[in-house]
Design a protein around this ligand. Structure first.
Ligand code: NAD
Length: 377
């Protein structure tokens, strides 16, 4: 059976769905691997490196004979038209609000898997793309903030005087936020953080940052069984905004990472809060593509809002593509391995497997995921 590793067609996408390591693994699982020419270039993987692992370098037309297509982004209609009916396609599908695109994959007879729907259970930890990519995004957010900030982050005591440490506030202490805290601490900043999930409190403290939150009854129940945040009530949001407004005015750098699965990102930083910050402060909105945590943040841009730099880079994991691709490729191959029979070394898809059930969007010509129009169980 053939696995095709596609070259991403989106101009903003530097990542690739296969690494040298993952191709080796695919070969050992019994697959023939075809890598589209140039697929890895933006992640610093040369065609010749893939070739050395036994992969064949091909072109987009080779997708037509693939049993499995590995991608970073959801295939476009043009790409879908090039795949054979019955093929498995695995990517970050961005399914919410993209029901038409999902229907198109169903119509083409594809079995499409959305990696971001992987359940957060121990067995699937090594397949968790939200974690692998968010971790790097959290790191990169601090690097981007430091780049826009016109002062030093660490305190520096020199013969010529002392430079004070920057104050960094991280909003949303999930995977990205915790890595942002750790990175800002490594750079010597004084770090505080907030979240609505009580579990975050200890994690923030263990990284040496100060935890700031409205810790009322609603806060105590804000974590879903899946480990995600609930959308908070208006009442909570008002209390949170008051606390944040006071704190944020004293910060030099704010990094926001707050997301709610399947919902627009919560608005955490208003224009008034930006106005209260010191000129030259930097705000990085990692949620900008999901509606934004920061009022005035613009997708794909760094904008000045009343003297504050508001950073809204697109595809932040893609800004650190070579690292992100390594981890993403590993996530993919680990998932694909669960679909391969150990005895026959052939694909043996079990639609009842809990990982398959959670991530399969389309199968057998139909949308199968209940959250996106598939039949309810
Ligand atoms: P996420 O990307 O969905 O959200 C980012 C953070 O924003 C979360 O911590 C969330 O609580 C926070 N947030 C949401 N609304 C907010 C608001 N109004 N104000 C402030 N913060 C808000 O979350 P995530 O980073 O993917 O992970 C959430 C948690 O899931 C992790 O911290 C971890 O405990 C758990 N997790 C478990 C596994 C696993 O078991 N395999 C893997 C990864 C993460």
């Amino acid at each position: 059976e053939i696995v095709f590793i596609a070259k991403e067609t989106d101009a903003h996408e530097g990542r690739v769905a296969g690494s040298v390591e993952s191709v080796k693994k695919l070969k050992s699982l019994g697959f023939d691997v075809v890598v589209e020419a140039g697929a890895g270039l933006r992640s610093r993987i040369l065609d010749s490196e893939y070739e050395k692992t036994g992969a064949r370098i091909g072109s987009a037309v080779d997708a037509a004979s693939a049993d499995v297509v590995l991608k970073v982004r959801r295939p476009t209609d043009a790409e879908i038209a090039g795949y054979k009916s019955g093929a498995i396609v695995i990517a970050i599908m961005d399914p919410y609000g993209n029901e038409a695109a999902i229907a198109a994959m169903a119509g083409a007879g594809l079995t499409a898997f959305a990696m971001e729907l992987m359940p957060r259970i121990t067995r699937a930890q090594s397949m968790d793309v939200l974690s692998s990519q968010a971790n790097l995004a959290g790191y990169q957010a601090v690097i981007d903030a430091a780049h826009e900030y016109d002062r030093a982050l660490p305190m520096m005591m020199t013969a010529a005087g002392t430079v004070p440490a920057a104050k960094v506030f991280v909003m949303g202490a999930g995977v990205a936020g915790l890595q942002a805290i750790a990175t800002a601490r490594r750079l010597g900043a004084v770090v505080s953080a907030t979240d609505v999930r009580p579990a975050a409190k200890e994690q923030v403290a263990s990284l040496g940052a100060k935890f700031i939150a409205v810790e009322d009854e609603e806060f105590k129940a804000a974590e879903t069984a899946g480990g995600y945040a609930k959308e908070m009530s208006k009442d909570y949001q008002v209390k949170q905004a008051a606390l944040v407004a006071e704190h944020i005015a004293k910060q030099d750098i704010v990094i926001t990472t707050a997301l709610i699965p399947g919902r627009p990102a919560p608005r955490l930083v208003t224009r008034e809060m930006l106005d209260a910050m010191k000129p030259g402060s930097v705000v990085v909105d990692l949620a900008v593509e999901r509606g934004g945590n920061v009022e005035g943040a613009e997708t794909g841009k760094v904008v000045e809002v009343g003297g504050i730099k508001v950073v809204g880079h697109l595809n932040v994991p893609g800004r650190i593509a070579a690292s992100a691709s390594l981890l993403y490729a590993k996530n993919l191959v680990t998932f694909l391995e669960t679909m391969v029979s150990k005895e026959t070394k052939a694909l043996a898809l079990n639609m009842e497997d809990e990982l398959v059930k959670a991530t399969a969007l389309t199968h057998g010509g139909a949308v199968v995921h209940p959250a996106f129009g598939g039949a309810k169980e």
